[in-house]
Design a binder for this molecule. Sequence first.
Ligand code: CS2
Ligand code: MG
Length: 405
Amino acid sequence: MSDRIVAADVVITSPGRNYVTLKVTTADGVVGYGDATLNGRELAVASYLRDHLAPLLVGRDPARIEDTWQLLYRGAYWRRGPVTMAAIGAVDVALWDVKGKTLGQPVYQLLGGAVRARVLTYTHASAWEVPALLDAVDARLAQGFRAVRAQSGVPGLATVYGLHRDVASYEPAARGSGLVEERWDTSAYLRHAPDVLAAVREHVGPGVHLLHDAHHRLTPQQAARLGKALEPVDLFWLEDVTPAENQDVLRLVRQHTTTPLAIGEVFTTVFDVHHLITEQLVDFVRCAVVHAGGISHLRKILALAEVYQVRGAPHGPSDVSPVSFGASVHVGLATHNFAIQEYMGYPEPVHDVFPHSWSYADGYLHPGDAPGIGVELDEKLAAKFPYEPAYLPVARTLDGTLTDW
Ligand code: CS2
Ligand code: MG
């Protein structure tokens, strides 16, 4: 192939929340898009791409996806980490997009073709009080979802990560450059959460998959206790029980509970999760296309996971843009041990800024059959939504000690 990359541009837009998109253009005029969004650290990845990777990309053969990945990963000397891996992920997805468009095939065909008809998805139901939470779950079931993540408020606490007292939505990043501080009390949460989830199970009956996210806040003992207390609820998974940099502690959790565990949204390479996988410390690995080096690297993580009967369940909040969300659904359709895709949904203008071939129907997703990833960027519309600083809150315990959010 004599075609070359002639431009690698970065577009930052904020249609309800911030997104960083890499646009790769080839000499033949083919355009590929990759998502480089890193919630709260968007501009660092934009600079990494503009200042350090774009000069390397211009003049390269876009067909050499794996070689480019190796160049960007090994060639920098500095490896891993979310900024580097999100930037490499954006390049990787943009090149898969170019390849698909060049060959006239949706990316899932290039990954070996469909292994299932559609990809199971779960969404969020969040509310401060239990009755409102049950209503939120009902609303999600009415939309056809068969799997729902349930989060509630905690008595005695004024705020809980991602929850709004009056709005049944979950969008943890607050616009504005000020730091938002929340108060957190794990004991109060542990006293309340099992009853909340039991009430949800009782309400929906046995046929619905229920999930819950503990947001990295528990000690190993607390995680074990919670997992055990939730066994009658029959969760699809309990997510991020501990700050999982110290992965050995999960052995203790495993010894005490059969509640399935899911971890990985903050991990960026196979080297960060291989222990979780090979020691079978989790049931689901949650690395996202965007944060784990793109389609090429996520496939390697999932290939390792397959050997150990660990299944893929990529992170899919609103801070994963429709571009990498689409890429994830292609991977989901073509990867045997892909279990479920999180779909939190997007603020309305996002669907217009990123017109996409992927679609949701009746609890499932499909990537569509447009060549490439099937997600475009309306640059004119994107320009109407300039970047606005937005940050996740931080949490302090009742005595004022900074804790895991
Ligand atoms: C959450 C995320 O979707 C999830 O499971 O943990 O919403 C997370 O809070 C954000 O992606 C942080 O950027
Ligand atoms: Mg999570």
